[in-house]
Design a protein around this ligand. Structure first.
Ligand SMILES: [Zn+2]
Length: 315
């Protein structure tokens, strides 16, 4: 026993020396849901969406992306709802649609506020540049699909909704009115029909596939939610990818924050040297890694029971 433990310690030390947080994670006792997450599957979803080509607002490729998401949800046993709307953009009205899939909780959790796991699937419109948005767009929708597969097999104690936002990207220049069309629509719609209190918290996942992944905490986010997620990152062995640093990012979580919903944004906004791969032809599938998806998936699934506990307590 002592010898074996000693041997394991030596191995752990060796792995730490070579700096591999993924290998280190092998020695962590992950909860069953976190252990079931497969970063390779998430990466494959991202590759499938990138293969559709640029997917800007209103495009045929974006419609094919919607179909891909809906088919994959069906494959994992989830019914999805398309929430279509017309967005007033600087280039005129554009038909958009959010996709929502609700995962049942364990028995007894039906009445609890839901945890929303959200992302966007559109890519920014560029004229004359082939922008396929592997990280900025595809990675976001891809991790939601893999989280969905795991959560159908390992339900949480509260309902979990997967929400795929359309129209996150600005059409011309990022502003309060030209950006986050899908998330703003969802908040408006739920406010109008009085259902917004069904959402207990929202975790946004955006640009999380970068092979060189670093996710600082987002200043505008709800502190308790970030506390639980960054603590879970340490528990799951991914502290190196979730540094205790801060940045300020405008994204799809803000309409929810403004409406009084607890929300946080997991986003790596240092993509390539000087963020050079962001919104550029360099944002291709080669820049992503299954290990990064794995780290984020395990972290979210490790935090989930703690977030659910908190939401159930606020029923
Ligand atoms: Zn973007």
């Amino acid at each position: 026993m002592t010898d074996r433990r000693g041997a394991v310690k030596v191995q752990v030390a060796a792995l730490l020396l070579i700096g591999s947080s993924v290998a280190f994670a092998v020695f962590q006792a992950l909860a069953p849901a976190a252990a079931a997450f497969d970063g390779e599957r998430a990466l494959a979803h991202a590759a499938a969406m990138v293969a559709l080509g640029p997917r800007p607002l209103g495009s045929e490729a974006l419609e094919r992306n919607r179909s891909y998401i809906e088919q994959q949800l069906e494959t994992i046993g989830l019914t999805s709802e398309r929430q279509a709307f017309t967005a007033a953009t600087p280039i005129g009205p554009v038909e958009m649609a959010n996709i929502v899939a609700k995962i049942d909780p364990l028995p007894g959790g039906e009445g609890a506020p839901a945890l929303v796991l959200a992302g966007h699937y559109d890519t920014k419109l560029f004229e004359g540049v082939r922008f396929v948005g592997a990280n900025d767009g595809a990675s976001s929708a891809a991790i939601l699909l893999e989280l969905g597969r795991v959560l159908v097999e390992h339900p949480a104690t509260v309902p979990v909704w997967l929400v795929f936002f359309d129209g996150e990207e600005a059409v011309v220049l990022w502003s309060d009115t030209d950006s986050t069309y899908g998330s703003r629509h969802m908040v408006e719609r739920m406010r109008r029909d009085g259902s917004l209190d069904q959402i207990g918290a929202l975790v946004l996942l955006d640009m999380i596939g970068d092979a060189d992944l670093q996710i600082p905490r987002e200043i505008g986010s709800t502190p308790w939610l970030g506390d639980l997620i960054w603590e879970a990152a340490r528990t799951a062995g991914h502290a190196a990818r979730f540094p205790d640093q801060w940045h300020a990012i405008s994204d799809d979580h803000l309409p929810f924050i403004d409406a009084g919903v607890a929300a946080t944004d997991l986003i790596d906004f240092s993509y390539g040297p000087g963020n050079r791969y962001w919104h550029s032809p360099f944002d291709t599938i080669e820049r992503l890694s299954a290990d990064s998806f794995q780290a984020v998936g395990e972290t979210v699934l490790t935090a989930l029971p703690r977030i659910a506990e908190r939401l159930a307590g606020h029923r």
